[in-house]
Each structure stands twice: as structure tokens, then as C-alpha cells.
Design a protein around this ligand. Structure first.
Ligand code: ATP
Ligand code: MG
Ligand code: FE
Length: 341
């Protein structure tokens, strides 16, 4: 069975085609992403009107390129899926409407997929199954710890009380005068820095809950900046690598501490990492070491599937389809769609 999926929840337009049968690893036949990062960079963040306009410009050529990559015609697709939330309403509408139109004209089923379920399942695309595990989704808008019994069966263990991990990276990057998005830039600068140069707070480490908080850390970076350069609070050039490395380490320490504790309390032997922040190499290395020490298996998403893409939406759609699910063509998008009710 072959499924074509569209992702357009934010500033990436993406189309993917996946092929799969129950119990066997799925095969990705095509995965195209048109990133709008350059377009939004001059504004220092995503401009919703620009994003939706560009989704409508890029979508049709991307669908055609994906079909060409997969050597398939539209008639050979058995189902269509689209991200239906959470995300920007005007962006979600473009992809969801296109997928419904394709499903209607070909008389094939339509599947409305939660963007976060896409991230969550992305580490397992090339596996033959999804084992029970603890999942950490660290993206631009979310920091979510979940207990996963099986696909579709999720229990929320913890989430952020303020900023998401990726959002903290982006805001600190902005403070430090780095281009948008801050995450990859902070990682680059951190390579030359000392992670113990500044003693930044690890919020809620001793808290019994599995929730996170990153706004105190962000403020600590700001205070350090104004302290060291009272004139205008811009970082002294020599400070930049140390600030980035110390901030990054504080985020990593908290994420590892809570995720390992979640695995213990949920009695799971596998941890899966997904979302844009899981691209961070220091984070991957630190997680690999910590899980190894704890005798826990670590599964990460392929680097190409950490930030937004349609392959993860196609995979989530495939599993939902195999589960006999299908959505009516008048089903709506939901910009605040929860993963766990
Ligand atoms: P959500 O999925 O919550 O709606 P999103 O789709 O914007 O948010 P992703 O595309 O998964 O999020 O990830 C983007 C985020 O990942 C940005 O905040 C970006 O800064 C961060 N990021 C990307 N690469 C890195 C990196 N190497 N280190 C740290 N953060 C990174
Ligand atoms: Mg993005
Ligand atoms: Fe995302």
C-alpha cells in the first residue's frame, strides 16, 4: 500500500511517499522538503502570511517531483495524508486542503495526522515495529515526555511550563546576535566553548514532576550578558563560545535527567528522541552515553527527519491506515490539536 503525505504546519512545505505492509519496515519512496528559512530569516522569525503564500506556490511542484522520484502516477497512490495540527492555521489549511482534494479526485481515503505524532514516530520509520518506549519530543514549539505503549496509545509524562527547548535555543541565539533559527548557530558556536564556563541554572531538576522550565535559564543568560557588557548587553566576542556551550549543556543536563527518570518510573528499556533539537550533536552524544550507562536502548531519528518533513507524516499515516482509520473529507484542521487529550 502506498501513501502520499503533505506537511505544511509551519515554514516547511514537504511531500513524501511511503510504501509499507503490516509488520515489515516501511520504504520511503520520496521525500521532498522546500524550506522557507531564508525567506523568514530577515524578519527573525516565521511570518504566517509569507509562509502560507509560499506553501501554495511550492506544493504542486513538490507533489509532482515526489511522484517522479517514486516513478508513480497519482492513480497508483492508495491514500493521502496531511498534517492537520498543531501549527499555523493558514499554513495547515494549504496542505490539508490539497491532500483532501487529491483524495476526493482519486476516490481514495484521507488521513488527518497530528504533527507531533509524526515527530514521535520518526525514529522508527526504518524499523519493523514500534516497541513500548519513553519518547522525548524536543522541537521548536514543544518539549514533551510521553510513555508510548504502541502507536496511537500515548500517556503524557511531562511537558514544558514555559518555553520549548527549541524556542529557548532560538531566543538565546537572538540575544547573542546569531541568525534565525538560533539552534544550529548556538551549536556551531558552542563547539569552541567550555560547557562549565558559566554556571547556568538547571531548573526543576529536583522537582518530583517530569515537567521542564527553560525561561529561568534564558533569563540567566540575559543577566550574564548585561553583567559582562553593561554598555549594551551584546556578548563580548570571546564570551560567545563559552556562553553557547554552557547554555547548551544546561539544556542537555535537564533533558537527560528527566528522560532517564521517566524511563525508570514507566519501566521502559527504550528511549526515542525526535524533533529539531535532537539534531544537536552534543545532545545526541550525551544521551548515547547516559543511556548506555543505564543499560537503556536509545533510538534517534535520521538527521534528515528531525526537523519538519513529510516522511514522518507519511509513516504516521501508514500506521493509522493499517489500523483501519480514515477521516471524512469535511474534517477540519486544528491549530492547537493535542497529541494526548
Ligand atoms: P513543532 O514541531 O513543535 O511545531 P517546529 O516544527 O518548528 O515545532 P522542528 O522543525 O522540529 O520544530 O525543529 C525546529 C527547532 O529545532 C528550532 O527551534 C531549531 O532552532 C531547533 N534546532 C535545529 N537544529 C538544532 C541544533 N543543532 N541544536 C539545537 N536546536 C536545533
Ligand atoms: Mg521548522
Ligand atoms: Fe515540527
Amino acid at each position: 500500500m502506498r501513501l502520499l503525505a503533505i506537511e505544511s504546519s509551519c515554514d516547511e512545505t514537504a511531500v513524501a511517499i511511503i510504501e509499507g505492509a503490516p509488520g515489515a519496515p516501511a520504504t520511503l519512496l520520496a521525500s521532498k522538503v522546500a524550506s522557507q528559512i531564508e525567506l523568514h530569516r530577515v524578519y527573525g522569525g516565521v511570518v504566517p502570511e509569507l509562509a502560507s503564500r509560499n506553501h501554495s506556490l511550492h506544493l504542486r511542484p513538490l507533489v509532482e517531483q515526489a511522484l517522479a522520484d517514486a516513478h508513480l502516477s497519482l492513480r497508483e497512490i492508495d491514500a493521502f495524508a496531511a498534517t492537520s495540527g498543531p501549527g499555523l492555521a493558514s499554513s495547515l489549511l494549504i496542505g490539508a486542503t490539497a491532500a483532501k482534494a487529491l483524495a476526493a479526485t482519486t476516490r481514495k481515503p484521507f488521513l488527518a495526522i497530528n504533527h507531533l505524532e509524526g515527530h514521535l514516530l520518526s525514529p522508527f520509520i526504518d524499523r519493523s515495529g514500534v516497541p513500548p518506549h519513553v519518547a522525548l519530543i524536543v522541537s521548536g514549539g514543544h518539549t514533551l515526555l510521553l510513555d508510548v505503549e504502541k502507536p496511537g496509545s500515548y500517556r503524557k509524562l511531562g511537558t514544558t511550563r514555559d518555553d520549548a527547548a527549541g524556542e529557548a535555543f532560538d531566543k538565546v541565539g537572538k540575544m547573542l546576535g546569531l541568525p534565525y533559527p538560533g539552534g544550529p548557530e548556538v551549536e556551531k558556536a558552542a563547539v569552541q566553548g567550555r560547557p562549565d564556563a558559566f554556571d547556568f541554572p538547571r531548573s526543576m531538576m529536583k522537582d518530583r514532576s517530569l515537567d521542564f522550565s527553560f525561561s529561568g535559564l534564558k533569563t540567566a543568560v540575559l543577566y550574564t550578558l548585561t553583567d559582562r557588557n553593561p554598555v549594551d548587553g551584546t556578548p563580548k566576542e570571546d564570551d560567545l563560545p563559552d556562553l553557547c556551550a554552557s547554555f547548551q549543556q544546561a539544556v542537555i543536563d535537564v533533558l537527560i535527567h528527566k528522560t532517564l527518570r521517566a524511563a525508570t518510573t514507566s519501566n521502559r528499556r527504550t528511549i526515542a528522541l525526535s524533533g529539531g533539537v535532537s539534531l544537536n550533536r552534543s545532545l545526541r552524544t550525551a544521551f548515547a552515553r547516559a543511556t548506555d550507562d543505564a543499560g537503556i536502548e536509545l533510538t534517534t531519528a535520521d538527521p534528515a527527519l528531525c526537523t519538519d518533513n513529510a516522511a514522518m507524516i507519511a509513516f504516521a499515516g501508514l500506521l493509522r491506515h493499517q489500523n483501519g482509520e480514515c477521516w471524512p473529507l469535511d474534517s477540519d484542521i486544528d491549530p492547537a490539536m493535542p497529541l494526548v487529550p
